[in-house]
Design a protein around this ligand. Structure first.
Ligand SMILES: N[C@H](CCC[C@H](N)C(=O)O)C(=O)O
Length: 281
């Protein structure tokens, strides 16, 4: 099976083509081994794409723990660039079918070179029962009892669940330790991605992420979108901001007009290769 290795700000993916949405699902049992950085190719996710009967492309994402994610922001930028540069689509504006619904990336070029990809990430989901997060009331101030004390968080879904915690000094947070505990907090029946955010200004923040099913990653596109939405809901930021991640920056806007969240950032191809599934055990 041929693959390309791509990344969005260091959040890296193995991208393969399959004949259909259903065929993509047959790869799920291999995700853990293929994503393993010692015994496999190594990545933060296995992404299966192909031409879709209704949309331009379908995209399914499998985490390194084998779970399937509803959406992935860094991967969708990689897929959009790959599809455009490899003739799967003719136009730079494309439509994708994902488990979270339809998503619409635009490949931005200058002098024939791909610069960035801007993605309409849809509307954030703020209803607790749909995120999902247990308890009643607002999604903005949720109190989580944890070993490190009572944590105040905001929950937002971008198709996948996010638990956002605002901190004064991001460098003082044990992200791996706290992230691992909160990823599986009983309030989140589908588990959750965990983002720690330090506000630098009305249009700038720093984010560190512990991803559901993947652990620490250098960037998280849906997480950056959820963090901006959470910052606006808490009154900490305006509706557009630069989000600094360990792997680089994303520009996020939560449009006042259509209430959609727009994410702009890069995507790079690193290498191509092939995998013999008979050898991956
Ligand atoms: N691990 C995530 C999926 C990948 C999200 C992240 N890589 C992104 O760029 O949005 C989850 O299970 O929801």
């Amino acid at each position: 099976m041929e693959f390309v290795k791509m990344h969005g700000l260091g959040n890296d993916f193995i991208i393969v083509q399959t004949g259909s949405w259903e065929e993509a699902g047959d790869l799920q049992p291999y995700a853990r081994m293929i994503c393993d950085r010692n015994f496999g190719v190594g990545a933060d996710g296995l992404v299966a794409i192909g031409k879709d009967p209704q949309m331009d492309i379908f995209m399914r994402i499998f985490n390194p723990d084998g779970s399937e994610a509803e959406m992935c922001g860094n991967a969708i930028r990689c897929v959009a660039r790959y599809a455009y540069e490899n003739g799967l689509v003719k136009e730079p504006n494309l439509s994708l079918r994902t488990l979270a619904g339809s998503r619409y990336p635009v490949v931005e070029t200058s002098a024939g070179q791909v610069k960035n990809i801007k993605v309409d990430m849809g509307k954030p989901i703020l209803k607790r029962s749909l995120i999902p997060v247990q308890g009643r009331g607002s999604n903005v101030k949720i109190l989580l009892e944890a070993s490190m004390g009572t944590i105040e968080a905001t929950a937002v879904s971008m198709g996948n669940p996010h638990c956002i915690i605002f901190v004064d000094d991001i460098n003082k947070i044990p992200v791996a330790l706290w992230g691992a505990e909160l990823e599986v907090h009983p309030f989140f029946p589908a588990k959750t991605n965990v983002e720690f955010v330090q506000i630098l200004g009305r249009n700038e923040m720093i984010m560190r992420v512990f991803e559901r099913g993947a652990g620490l990653t250098l960037a998280c596109g849906t997480g950056a979108c959820a963090a901006l939405v959470a910052a606006v809901l808490n009154g900490f930021a305006d509706r557009d901001a630069r989000v600094h991640l360990p792997g680089g920056d994303l520009l996020i806007e939560w449009s006042q007009d259509d209430q959609h969240v727009y994410m702009t950032g890069p995507a790079e191809q690193v290498f191509q290769g092939s995998i013999d599934l008979q050898q991956i055990t």
